[in-house]
Design a protein around this ligand. Structure first.
Ligand SMILES: [Mg+2]
Length: 184
């Protein structure tokens, strides 16, 4: 199977990185625990008056490079490859952060190694990419095409209302995607 894996909040821990940096930079402002996050974009849940400060965190140089891998994600990617799956990383960069794309490439090289750089697909429209599955935390993914892939939700607190799609985390993926042999 050809599987597209989103990066932010699927393999790179954007939510955790944001919250740690937010609390460090603004210790006296309100903060929302990760388990209580209810919107895809943090700016939709934080008070509007804080919007520019919230965005300021992830528009900053170095933010994307500093993110930690989501627990279990690196091991899962290696295992998928070992099981004969054709894996690509498919990411939509923040267009307002000019460092974002280069930092994502640096991040992949650092955590996964040079050979994974060739597996990065950068696009603002994932419906244009042909694959069997897209694993993504975003609740709805739209674009110019009817997608070929099946959207499998990567579980996050803010997407739990989505009920009509398969849902995985890095503990359950193998069972839910029925990947358990070298036959792809
Ligand atoms: Mg994402």
């Amino acid at each position: 199977m050809r599987i597209l894996i989103d990066m932010d909040n699927v393999i790179s821990d954007f939510e955790r990185g944001f919250l740690e940096m937010w609390r460090e930079k603004y210790p006296h402002n309100i903060w929302i625990p990760i388990g209580k996050r209810q919107t895809f974009y943090p700016t939709d849940q934080y008070p509007p008056k804080l919007k520019e400060f919230v965005e300021g965190i992830y528009l900053e140089k170095g933010f994307h490079r500093s993110l930690k891998p989501v627990d279990g994600s690196m091991e899962a990617l290696s295992e998928m490859v070992a099981l004969g799956q054709d894996i690509f990383l498919c990411t939509s960069p923040l267009t307002r952060n000019k460092y974002c794309i280069v930092e994502k490439y640096e991040w992949v090289e650092h955590y996964l190694g040079k050979k994974w750089i060739k597996k990065i697909i950068v696009t603002k429209d994932k419906t244009l990419i042909h694959a069997d599955i897209l694993v993504d935390d975003k609740p709805e993914i739209t674009g110019v095409k009817e997608p070929h892939w099946e959207h499998v939700i990567f579980d996050q607190p803010y997407n739990r209302y989505v009920e009509n799609k398969k849902r995985i985390n890095w503990k359950t993926w193998k069972k839910i995607l029925s990947i358990d042999s070298n036959i792809s």
